[in-house]
Design a protein around this ligand. Structure first.
Ligand code: C2O
Length: 594
């Protein structure tokens, strides 16, 4: 097992015994606050150090919006510190904000590392790359992506035949299933590094940033074209796993047929024909929300729809997509990635349950066809804008198309699916759109707030299953004065976390629920703000991943404050209910206005 300073192998042994939250040399001792702070350079400082002390390049790369975010966040923390220290400390507050030096991500700055015998996806010849934007727009009938549970026999045969042919292609062919699934492994398991004069060399990952949605759109778009080409059908559309609708909340049966090329034996057997739980809970332990839902399918469906509503209707593109890819290592995930998408990975389990192996299971592509549809619905049905900044729009990658030609495609090329030549077959009703959660009627009121803000010294808080954590947080003064925030400047709860990349993590967050009444609240209630979930990245033979992941997650509070009528309150009480994961640290909790 070889380890380098910047990455290490999450072997099954390491995960089972000492774990892999910290690099092997640091195993044994729980990370202390001092150690954590020592590692948490501010993004700017780290980038400056890496670029040899000249921070002008770095400064140029910090766009104005990030600076504004940074200032807002810093001001909020500072205000709190003056009165009642909330965040770990001022330094942590500054480091926690996305005041983050970035490098525009393009194929030129990404280098695949074959260390440890990894088979990098077929290398392309840079002189042969064509720009997607220079190619003619698709003509002819669009590809139609259909719900995978509703395919007729003819379509199932097509899909199976296409995947069979892809699996039969030579390993060296960039279109082969092996190479196609290897693309995902390479881009998510630290095989790519960002190599640029403007940044320290860091691992690259398409997850946990705003690159998530467009990268996966590009990836499955070319995958779909290759499949269509292999069966000579330019209208072939990648079926989607319709988990946001009650009839799609079981893994589509086409993937469960053992003699089909769509089958993967590495799945959690008891979930193959079971009704999905998009909330991935409750675990079998006391004090977890919704124990009554375990065997009740209607209750599960309802909870699934309420949680879809929450993740789809976040107020801002930042909450939906996550933050910039930060070259200082800090990540910031959005609700599209962190919600049902993650739940589907964990639900299917084994191959799908680890991002390193996920794309070896054909159901992966239908999961992502639906993730893609969720983004499409948000832009069209919900009319919500995407991220505005140019650096995101200019982010580009190179993929092989069906003729084995390397094509460079940018984020701005993929914002409109009709320009890519595909559409989704939809039924009339989107059930989750009407599922705004309501306050619990079971909680015995009046709710007595704790009224003293959790002190700085309480952080970092290690999360342990079965042990709820209670945190009281000051609201920004501006929001209190106005009786609540607005859609344009919504309040969000920001959790800064350290997670172990090798383990599955889940915890729920409840708002203003009296101690001991946690079990009266579930996803259908306003008090249930949502969950943080993390799909393991490394682990197993040959898995690589970053040392730890510093990640921020934002939970939408605006509607909750409205529903609970607490717009004039100074503080909110949060209950963190750990469900899975043994090594997560909560480094700070605060309320920001976006
Ligand atoms: Cu790249 Cu669903 O993961």
């Amino acid at each position: 097992m070889s380890t380098t300073a910047s990455s290490f192998v999450c072997s099954p042994v390491a995960s089972a015994s000492s774990g892999c939250l910290l690099p092997p040399s640091k195993h044994g001792a729980a990370p202390t606050m001092a150690k954590l702070q020592g590692r948490r350079l501010s993004c700017r400082a780290a980038a400056t150090a890496g670029s040899g002390g000249d921070d002008s390049v770095v400064r140029r790369n910090i766009d104005r919006r990030d600076v504004l975010f940074g200032l807002t966040g810093f001001a909020a923390v500072t205000t709190t510190n003056l009165g009642l220290a909330l965040a770990a400390d001022a330094d942590a507050g500054a480091a926690a904000e996305p005041l983050c030096a970035t490098v525009p991500i393009t194929a030129e700055v990404l280098k695949c590392n074959a260390e440890g015998g990894f088979h990098c996806p077929a290398e392309y010849d840079a002189t042969k790359v064509v720009d997607f934007s220079s190619l003619p727009l698709p003509s002819g009938p669009p590809r139609v992506r259909r719900p995978a549970h509703k395919l007729d026999d003819e379509y199932i045969k097509k899909f199976e035949e296409a995947v069979r042919r892809m699996k039969e292609l030579d390993d060296e062919d960039p279109r082969s299933f092996k190479n196609q699934s290897g693309i995902h492994e390479a881009y998510c398991d630290a095989h790519y590094r960002v190599v640029s004069a403007a940044s320290p060399e860091v691992n690259f990952d398409v997850h946990y940033s705003s690159i998530f949605a467009p990268w996966h759109r590009m990836y499955i778009y070319f995958f779909e074209r290759i499949l269509g080409d292999l069966i000579g059908d330019p209208t072939f559309g990648l079926p989607y796993w319709n988990w946001d609708s009650p009839e799609g909340m079981i893994m589509p049966s086409i993937f469960a047929n053992e003699s089909s090329p769509l089958y993967d034996e590495l799945r959690t057997p008891e979930h193959v024909r079971a009704f999905m739980d998009l909330n991935l809970g409750p675990a079998k332990q006391p004090n977890l929300p919704e124990p009554e839902c375990t065997d009740d399918i209607l209750c599960l469906i309802d909870n699934n729809l309420y949680s879809m509503y929450r993740q789809m209707t976040v107020d801002t593109p930042e909450e939906f997509h996550g933050g910039k890819f930060c070259t200082a290592g800090k990540k910031y995930t959005g609700s599209l990635e962190n919600g049902a998408h993650t739940a589907a990975h964990i639900w299917v389990g084994k191959d799908m349950g680890n991002l390193r192996t996920a794309a070896r299971d054909p159901v992966f592509y239908s999961n992502h066809s639906n993730v893609d549809r969720m983004w499409h619905l948000r832009s069209t049905k919900l009319g919500m804008p995407d991220l505005p900044y140019q650096e995101w729009l200019d982010t580009s990658f190179v993929f092989y198309d069906e003729t084995k030609r390397p094509v460079r495609i940018r984020v701005q090329d993929v914002l409109d699916t009709s320009k890519l030549g595909y559409r989704f077959e939809e039924k009339k009703k989107l059930e989750w759109m009407q599922k705004r959660p309501k306050p619990s009627s079971e909680i015995k009121r009046p709710f007595i707030a704790q009224r003293s803000v959790t002190p700085a010294s309480a952080f970092p808080v290690p999360l342990k299953k079965g042990q709820n954590e209670y945190v009281t947080v000051e609201r920004p003064e501006k929001a209190q004065a106005g009786g609540g925030s607005s859609k344009k400047a919504p309040e969000v709860l920001v959790l800064d976390l350290t997670v172990d990349p090798c383990e599955y993590v889940k915890f729920d967050v409840l708002v203003n629920v009296p101690r001991g009444q946690e079990d009266k609240v579930g996803p259908k209630n306003s008090e249930f703000a949502g969950s943080f979930t993390h799909v393991p990245h490394g682990g197993g033979d040959g898995g690589r991943m970053m040392e730890t992941q510093e990640v921020s997650y934002r939970l939408k509070l605006r509607e909750i404050i409205e529903d609970l009528k607490c717009g004039r309150d100074k503080r909110l009480d949060f209950t963190i209910v750990p469900v899975a994961g043994e090594k997560t640290l909560v480094n700070s909790v605060r309320i920001d206005i976006l």
